[in-house]
Design a protein around this ligand. Structure first.
Ligand SMILES: Nc1nc2c(c(=O)[nH]1)N[C@H]1C(S)=C(S)[C@@H](COP(=O)(O)O)O[C@H]1N2
Ligand SMILES: [Mo]
Length: 311
């Protein structure tokens, strides 16, 4: 429904493509880029990955204009409107902590220039709405392995970029999140083959509002675990603090697994609004599924745990 109110591509998408194309030209002229790249503007070379749903993807317009990215504001339309001057390139990702080989990865040279997987995942926000998003990315496990996690590592901490000059929400501090945005996973959750580092959507590099240049996607958990504009990943022996848990621990847990049986203190989690399904009669609602429908892949991670206690 919202999409019809946003007829223009956002400035961020346009600048991003120009930047990227320029960078590709430079890389190509220095011979760093293979000549096999598709001609499609800002297109990524992708191949279908496992676990994709057959549900119809949410229109790109909705995925890129109905966003939560509080660094750019509280309204769903703020990220698309206000992220145009954010510089997502060049960008490096640091992996450190309890690893044998701390590494720094250049996102374009070591991720987007390579063949990456397309995975169509359901996404369920804790606010009881959902989308189906065709992400392009690489399994997080692949990147973590390069750093060689030590046996003592049990958790993974993630940190977003801190750039008040480019992110108005960080400057005005909307009175809640202590920046930078941080998230965490247990190491086995991070290593699960479903867990993705997304660098694109719909076959093109990630728009700023969706967390460019690199964001986490954990499809069986509520959307807030999918930290955007990721700069640092640290392997730890103890459970790291997470932004939403720090803010309201009784509402947002560390685990945040999608669970229709455990309500948010202020609303039911039993069903969800399907974004982009709006026709004349409004948006569809559908029942929410345990682990967002990914139980076959992940239920074993939580065997014996009381999911009401560890929400
Ligand atoms: N850094 C950062 N990451 C973030 C958020 C945020 O505000 N800041 N919002 C989260 C929430 S609540 C959701 S639902 C998803 C939304 O991702 P999308 O806008 O790409 O759909 O991003 C998550 N990652
Ligand atoms: Mo969310």
């Amino acid at each position: 429904m919202a999409s019809s109110f946003f007829p223009q591509p956002s400035p961020s998408e346009i600048t991003l493509k120009e930047h990227y194309l320029r960078r590709r030209t430079i890389l190509a002229s220095t011979g760093l880029l293979a000549v096999t790249h598709a001609a499609k503007a800002a297109g990524l070379q992708t191949s279908p990955g496992p676990f994709g749903t057959t549900e119809r993807p949410t229109p790109r317009e909705d995925i890129t204009h109905y966003n939560n990215f509080y660094e750019f504001g509280l309204d769903k339309s703020d990220p698309a409107r206000l992220s145009g001057s954010f510089h997502a390139r060049p960008w490096t990702l640091r992996i450190d902590g309890a690893v044998a080989k701390p590494i720094t990865i250049d996102v374009d040279q070591q991720i987007t220039a390579h063949k990456i997987e397309n995975r169509i995942y359901r996404m369920r926000c804790v606010e009881a709405w959902s989308m189906v998003i065709p992400w392009d990315g690489i399994p997080l496990a692949e990147i973590l392995r390069k750093a060689e996690p030590l046996g003592s590592a049990k958790f993974v901490a993630f940190r977003s970029v801190m750039r008040p000059d480019e992110m108005p929400g960080q400057k005005d501090s909307f009175g809640n999140i202590a920046w930078p945005y941080v998230e965490g996973l247990r190491l086995d959750e991070a290593m699960n083959p479903l867990t993705l580092l997304a660098a694109g959507l719909y076959g093109e590099i990630l728009p700023n509002q969706n967390g460019a240049p690199l964001r986490l996607v954990v499809p069986w958990k509520y959307g807030f675990k999918g930290i955007k504009s990721l700069t640092t990943i640290s392997l730890l022996e103890t459970m790291p603090p997470t932004s939403w848990n720090r803010l309201a621990p009784d509402e947002y847990g560390f685990y945040a697994n999608v669970n229709p049986d455990v309500d948010h203190p202020r609303w039911s989690q039993a069903s969800e609004r399907v974004i982009g399904s709006g026709g004349f009669f409004g948006e569809k609602r559908q029942p929410t599924r345990m682990f967002n429908g990914y139980g076959e892949q992940v239920a074993g991670l939580y065997a014996g745990m009381d999911l009401r206690k560890y929400y």
